[in-house]
Design a protein around this ligand. Structure first.
Ligand code: FAD
Length: 316
């Protein structure tokens, strides 16, 4: 049985969870077994509607103590739910929550772990999972040899597939241990598209000269219903907040469209964005390395090109 962990934020199911569900449901079909979802904490979403992703059964530990993610508590509760369900495979997103809890669960359950799967495993002869390595420069095929296994799915590698259907939601009881840390306060960015979930990302680099010039990046992102991102030196210089920094040492994203403005395209930056479906580069230097990775390139001064793009998008 494949158990799929359905991750939430602010009592809402994350987009990456829909991808994990699609992956888990397809994997269960491939293994000729059943799939069930697992939700921790209370939710404002209609869990039965997740049936449209092919899930027929969802278990929920409906306990307010689980509304905030705590890696130690989540590990204990998910491990218990996994054992009680008699599952042999656990699927979750390789998002921040997955990164924090999958290794702990691997130790707790003595289950082989593959992080950041980019496609369904080859189950013809064993259980071999393909994952990106060396900042997306190569792929590794990892064979899991334990009877129980955990696979985390790289965000945006699998497209969530929905149709119709209704899942049966079962409230389950699992002992929830006391948390060793307490959340004192939270700052939630309201009304902004989260970078991890964004289909379109407009990103700026040092070529923009200073934080005062970010208005055009924000405006284009808003017009396209996208999110903003930046290169590392921009975050290091405090022109933009650190959560916007993408690359080897920042967030890894894979939106449908990544627009890079005044970014050179250093290998460390590309490591975080090279899985984007379409890359558009605006740079005044025709020799900028980013053009080699771009699907579309505009050689020009960002301060002349961006206002024209913004005007054109406004007319759409
Ligand atoms: P620059 O390299 O200064 O490039 C600015 C670009 O803007 C140039 O190509 C220039 O032609 C162009 N430009 C200038 N003016 C204009 C204009 N008016 N209009 C249009 N274009 C213009 N970097 C990351 O981004 N993410 C990471 O995670 C990351 N991790 C790193 C990890 C390590 C271990 C190391 C050593 C480095 C890392 N870096 C990372 C830094 C990386 O190597 C580059 O230094 C950085 O990406 C460069 O940022 P940039 O392209 O914004 O700036």
């Amino acid at each position: 049985m494949v158990l799929i962990f359905i991750d939430q934020s602010e009592r809402k199911i994350k987009k990456t969870s829909f991808e994990a569900i699609t992956y888990g449901v397809k994997l269960a079909a491939q293994l000729n077994t059943t799939a069930a979802g697992l939700v921790l904490g209370q939710t404002d979403d209609d869990l039965s509607s997740l049936g449209k992703y092919g899930l027929t059964k969802i278990q929920q530990v409906d306990d307010a103590a689980l509304n905030d993610m705590d890696a130690q508590v989540y590990t204990t509760v998910i491990a218990e739910a996994f054992r009680n369900a008699g599952a042999d495979t656990l699927v979750m997103s390789a998002n921040l929550t997955g990164k924090a809890i999958a290794p702990r669960l691997s130790v707790r359950l003595k289950a082989g772990l593959v992080t950041g799967a980019v496609s369904l495993p080859d189950t013809g002869n064993g259980f071999v999972v393909k994952k990106a390595v060396f900042s997306g420069k190569a792929f590794a095929h990892v064979a899991v040899q334990t009877p129980q296994r955990i696979v985390t799915v790289s965000p945006n590698a699998i497209r969530a597939e929905s149709g119709s259907g209704e899942a049966q939601v079962e409230k389950i009881t699992v002992a929830v241990p006391a948390a060793k840390v307490k959340v004192e306060s939270r700052d939630v960015l309201k009304g902004e598209v989260s970078l991890a979930d964004a289909e379109i990302v407009v990103s700026g680099g040092r070529g923009l000269k200073g934080p005062e010039n970010w208005g055009m990046i924000e405006e284009l992102a808003k017009l396209l219903h996208g999110a903003t991102a930046c290169s590392r030196p921009v975050a290091d210089a405090h022109w933009r907040p650190h959560h916007e920094h993408v690359g080897q040492t920042g967030g890894a994203i894979a939106p449908n469209l990544y627009i890079a403005v005044g970014i050179s395209g250093a290998i460390q930056h590309l490591a975080g964005v090279n899985r984007s479906k379409t890359i558009v580069v605006i740079n005044k230097d025709p020799e900028a390395p980013f053009f080699k990775a771009a699907d579309y390139g505009i050689v020009g001064d960002a301060f002349e090109v961006m206002p024209k793009i913004i005007e054109a998008v406004k007319k759409l």
